[in-house]
Ligand binder design. Structure first.
Ligand code: DON
Length: 309
């Protein structure tokens, strides 16, 4: 543990000194103003320790990281039926791409590209109003993070709605194919609000514990999902969690991870740790530059890659 604390501290110090940080997402106007010079990291281990460094307690917009939690909830609601409406394959395309949808009859490649997450939001609306679906998302995240303070940033949700022309196109396209079963504005209302949830690295690392510890909040602790479900969600994070940068992330880091354009990444070292990193500057795929680098260093120093023998 002393070793882990030293490694995390060294990584935070090194990241603070880095000049090359990528660019902050600007297509969502509310995110464009987030100062780029921030870096946070939180690591939680099976014994319940939470190691923090840098800006680990500063809330940021989790954006696409929310797709991990909505996938968990939708699988809980409709189970494997979900896989009739969304695939499990890497897309090799940008997160907001529309090109595959026509060839593949409106069925998105995976639940982490925007089209897939919008289809998951639609599934969550079965038998529920948008307000209820959003309530269940917040309740779930508060439960798994053990923090009632997690909330949605209405300004970010509104900002995205006002400029979300591509997501609106994706949703209409899927609705035309019958993949979406609810009104497009209801589905997008859920999707924009889930993306606008604000969390710190500390809260996010805690929220990821059930994926790191076989579906439980701690080894032998309260169960959130079955071991098999946790393993499958982590598999999709590894293959699809960084969009068309997923191969590169697996190559460099070797851990299941999910990125968001707010600059956060949730990564899972199965049985060993749940890790959240945040730095708002992004690479061309929309993944945090310093977040990816920090995870690369951490996985190497701790020998946490899932491919380490
Ligand atoms: O729909 C969008 O474009 C954003 N709300 C989420 C995209 C995102 O986070 C992509 N991740 N790196």
């Amino acid at each position: 543990m002393a070793h882990l604390e030293t490694v995390v501290g060294e990584i935070a110090a090194e990241m603070s000194a880095r000049a090359e940080r990528g660019t902050v997402a600007s297509y969502i106007p509310k995110l464009a103003g987030v100062p780029i010079d921030q870096f946070g990291i939180a690591v939680t281990t099976p014994d319940g320790a939470v190691i923090l460094a840098g800006d680990a307690t500063v809330p940021f917009s989790i954006q696409s990281i929310s797709k991990v939690f909505t996938l968990t909830l939708a699988l809980g609601q409709i189970g494997d039926e979900l896989w009739k409406r969304v695939g499990k394959e890497p897309s090799g395309n940008p997160f907001n791409s529309i090109v595959q949808l026509e060839h593949e009859h409106g069925i998105p490649r995976n639940p982490f590209i925007n089209a897939g997450a919008i289809a998951v939001a639609d599934a969550m609306l079965s038998g529920h109003q948008p307000r209820e679906a959003l309530g269940s998302i917040l309740r779930f995240i508060r439960f798994v993070s053990g923090d009632e303070g997690v909330s949605m940033d209405e300004d970010v949700a509104r900002s995205e709605k006002e400029t979300g022309f591509l997501n609106t196109a994706l949703a209409n396209y899927m609705r035309a194919f019958g993949v979406l079963q609810h009104p497009v504005d209801h589905v997008l209302g859920v999707y924009f609000h889930q993306c606008a949830i604000a969390m710190s690295c500390e809260q996010l690392a805690l929220a990821g514990r059930y994926l790191a510890f076989s579906g439980r909040l701690s080894p032998g602790g309260p169960s959130v999902v079955s071991e098999e479900r946790a393993r499958r969600i982590a598999a999709l994070m590894l293959t699809c969690g960084h969009y068309d940068g997923s191969g590169d992330f697996a190559f460099r880091v070797g851990l299941p991870g999910k990125s968001g354009v707010g600059g956060g990444i949730l990564a899972i070292a199965p049985g060993k740790a749940s890790i959240a990193v945040w730095s708002p500057g992004l690479d061309r795929h929309g993944n945090s530059v310093l977040g990816s680098l920090a995870l690369e260093h951490l996985a190497k120093a701790m020998r946490w890659s899932v491919f380490a023998g």
